[in-house]
Write a protein that binds this ligand. Structure first.
Ligand code: BTN
Length: 274
């Protein structure tokens, strides 16, 4: 399919979704530019868009990250998309959905980059609540927003930004950002954004209902293996400190204080103390 302003490596995504049978990614709207795919998805959710509808943009003029940050991506280099989940659930299920989304991104990126556990290259990990890191640098982020009616969650928008082809970042983030291209092995083919997108959607399609029904339980083993914080000393932006000790079924970070008590952190930014 040819769409003006959308590169060929992304334009074949709808065909690829149809081949995989994923319920997420249908219908798929591909755009050369928009303000924010999360905004489009939230607006469409209020107008009745179905479960699985997905918006993908080559460029965003007001891409948003968590905690009021902006999300910048040079046109054609990143994978920027939002998928609408019509999953009736309590607000407490949003953090587990966000972590399941982060895990789907992490696994798809690891597959695309040809990463293996034994090749000596930095591991691709998840930093709670849902950043995807490689060698401590951020490669992807997830912004999950609930569309609510009163206290009821009507729909969930999962917005994902992945740095794919970028090899040089602006000075402000040059020390903290990475991309699929930068971590790919020399023998891997160049990252293909349509495949990456479809792999994320398929993994999320498989896991989301489990997480909505039962919390993170069944995913915790997989999460634990790629948890960037577990076993490290961490500090919250509220000044609390302790040893990161995993993630609970509700998606909260478990932190053991120096007095031995276990606390559950549910919000805020967490910093590794090296
Ligand atoms: C973060 O790490 O702070 C989350 C970044 C999420 C960025 C994506 S890009 C596609 C979607 N649209 C947005 O405006 N934000 C998300």
């Amino acid at each position: 399919m040819k769409i003006k302003g959308v590169h060929a490596d992304l334009a074949r995504a709808p065909d690829l979704v149809a081949e995989t049978g994923s319920t997420l990614g249908r219908p798929m709207v591909l755009l050369a530019e928009t303000s924010s795919t999360n905004d489009l998805a939230a607006m469409a959710a209020r107008e009745g868009a179905p479960h699985g509808a997905t918006w993908v943009a080559e460029q965003q003029t007001r891409g948003r990250g968590r905690r009021g940050h902006s999300w910048l991506s040079p046109a054609g280099e990143g994978l920027l998309f939002s998928v609408l989940l019509r999953v009736p659930c309590a607000p407490a299920r949003i953090p587990p959905i966000a972590l399941a989304s982060g895990l789907a991104v992490r696994d798809a990126v690891a597959a695309a980059s040809g990463a293996s556990a034994v090749d000596g290259r930095p591991r691709i990990e998840i930093k709670w609540p849902n950043d995807v890191l490689v060698g401590g640098r951020k490669l992807a982020g997830v912004l999950v927003e609930a569309v609510t009616m009163g206290s009821r969650v009507e729909a969930v928008v999962v917005g994902i930004g992945i740095n794919v082809h970028t090899r040089t970042f602006p000075d402000e983030i040059a020390d903290i950002a990475s991309s699929v291209a930068l971590v790919s092995s020399a023998s891997s083919p160049p990252p293909d954004r349509a495949s990456l997108l479809v792999n994320v959607l398929s993994a999320l399609d498989r896991d989301v209902h489990v997480v909505v029904g039962r919390g993170l339980g069944l995913l915790r083993g997989r999460l634990e293996q790629v948890d960037a914080l577990k076993g490290h000393r961490v500090r919250s932006d509220r000044g609390e400190e302790g040893l990161a000790s995993g993630i609970d079924d509700d998606g909260r970070l478990l932190v053991r204080r120096d007095d031995g008590t276990l606390t559950h952190w549910s919000a805020g930014e967490v910093h590794l103390i090296r």
